[in-house]
Design a protein around this ligand. Sequence first.
Ligand code: CDP
Length: 246
Amino acid sequence: MGGGEKPELMINGKRLDGRMPDQLRSIKIESGVIKNAVGSAYIEWGNNKIIAAVYGPKEALPKHVQDPERAIIKCRYTMAPFSSLEEHGRSGPNRRSTEISKVTKEVFENVIMLEKFPGSEIDIFVEVLQGDGGTRAAGITAAAVAVAASGIPMTDIPYAVSFGKVGDTVILDLNKIEDNYSDADMPVAISPRTGDILLLQMDGTLSKDDVKAGMDMVYRAAEVITKVQRDALKAPYEKISERYTK
Ligand code: CDP
């Protein structure tokens, strides 16, 4: 939602960047970009550029945060001070980044097998280098690759994407201008194996039919997004096998 004069977001059935309503932006993921992390990933999702890095499992500290039954997850989402025109060099945690850190953590609490690491903590960092709408979804999608690459066991590799509404049209994967001026948007994270919803937020108002249409798009997007995630996880091993088959 945004102030100011509202631009026309749909022209002749197409969006300002030429996409159809149910079309994703292009998505590229590279795994293993941070050598010190146990798992990491870099995602370019449209104009978003985000790094996710995972550390642990290690002893949870301070000791009083330890859970003797399972690992705890600490998650920190941040936007680099140069990541958008709006930030103007401000950095550090704020209400929005605290909220996104919390919802990201909850996604992973539902897929990581925490009971295998009692007393431990797993740290997930999501650092937005360039933001253009949908960074929480792109961050979760990248963090899922980072956790998978770390070898920390998960029941599934989640993905996330948002949908929203412009006038009468439900659209998938809002960019920043769409996010700012749309009538509503709903970020969603999914466990593709079970179809379980791991994140569901809403800004604005959507009818039941809008949500149905949007969720259809979200589920259909699994094919594309999960393939990019799996290809990123395979790529380092394909390089090794190429070396031995030449
Ligand atoms: O990024 P996401 O859509 O998950 O979160 P949002 O709070 O709906 O923000 C939408 C977009 O606004 C972000 O992706 C950024 O591009 C931009 N934004 C920003 O540049 N600086 C902020 N402090 C907050 C948002």
